[in-house]
Write a protein that binds this ligand. Structure first.
Ligand code: DGY
Length: 315
């Protein structure tokens, strides 16, 4: 019997690859970039298992190219909008993600963006680096305090809740809104959240319901002087409408980790001072990325050895 073929679409730490090598013959992409769609289709041919990244689109064309041996696609992310889960289910292929292990890292990065944009840290950094003369002044580069202000969290899952805990420690009041309204206090309608929050932070998955949830209308409904933070998925926000709102003073600022056409960033956003732009760093700590990769590998090893995947995605 031939060893199962395991395809890994982006280099992973050797400690993660080791158990995979014991489970089969492992092909790891040699590129320091995402595979192109053609390269991905070629790479997955006759694979028994694929470890994918959020930059890989796993759809019918990729599954057709893989062929009938494929048993699992393990996505190395909690979000799985890049994976056509029903298409996998139709073929009896298991889909898995990495929930739980990136909650703290993503919540921390959310607070980093929230503080960076409200306190104008990135603007200050640019000013100092530019060599422009500056001195302490009572009204120099003033930001907005967050104590006693309201944070509105859209998507109250594990990450949303972890952000709420952190924001409360900073003295913020928290309200939240979810499609499946979480029981208990502080759950409000989307309209109320937008109209009353000083900072709105997005933590919902990208689905057909949430694509452009924050469009021109939603931005207009936000308080004047409010801030928007997005560490969820770029297409939840209409970036052109956001650039208009930021340029026109409709909202005061934004902190973004994700983009509508990632890795491209809307050109106008790159020119605005009141937006802090991070390159999808939500889960980017050594500890978290290692755990994510390990969990993806654990899913593969479990399925190839005939067991249950620890973190399956249900359709
Ligand atoms: C995820 O896991 O969905 C994150 O966006 C990765 O950083």
């Amino acid at each position: 019997m031939t060893a199962p073929r395991i395809v890994v679409t982006r280099a992973l730490p050797e400690e993660v690859l080791r158990p995979l090598r014991s489970a089969g013959s492992v092909w790891v992409s040699p590129h320091d970039r995402p595979l192109t769609p053609e390269e991905l289709r070629e790479a997955v041919r006759d694979a028994d298992a694929v470890i994918s990244m959020l930059s890989d689109r796993i759809d019918d064309t990729v599954l057709d190219a893989a062929g009938s041996r494929l048993r699992i696609v393990a996505n190395t992310a909690v979000g799985y909008d890049n994976v056509d889960v029903p298409a996998l289910a139709r073929r009896g292929v298991v889909a898995t993600n990495t929930p739980g292990v990136l909650v703290d890292a993503t919540a921390d990065l959310t607070m980093a963006l929230l503080l960076a944009v409200t306190r104008r840290v990135a603007e200050g950094d640019r000013l100092v680096r530019s060599g422009t003369a500056w001195s302490w002044d009572i009204s120099f580069l003033l930001g907005t305090g967050i104590q006693g202000k309201q944070l509105g969290i859209i998507g109250y899952g594990h990450i949303g809740k972890a952000v709420a805990t952190r924001a409360a420690a900073f003295g913020m009041r928290v309200v939240h809104h979810s499609r499946r309204r979480a029981p208990g206090t502080n759950a409000v309608s989307l309209d109320e959240l937008l109209a009353t929050s000083d900072v709105v932070s997005l933590h919902c998955p990208l689905t057909t319901d949430t694509r452009h949830l924050i469009d021109a209308g939603a931005l207009h409904a936000m308080k004047r002087g409010a801030f928007l933070i997005n560490t969820a998925r770029g297409p939840v926000v209409d970036e052109a409408a956001l650039a208009d709102a930021l340029a026109g003073g409709g909202i005061a600022g934004a902190g973004l980790d994700v983009y509508e056409h990632e890795p491209q960033v809307h050109e106008r956003l790159r020119t605005l001072d009141n937006v802090v732009l991070a390159p999808h760093l939500g889960s980017a700590t050594v500890e978290t990325r290692t755990r994510m990769a390990q969990l993806a590998a654990e899913n593969v090893v479990a399925v190839l050895s005939g067991g249950q995947a620890p973190t399956p995605i249900s359709v």
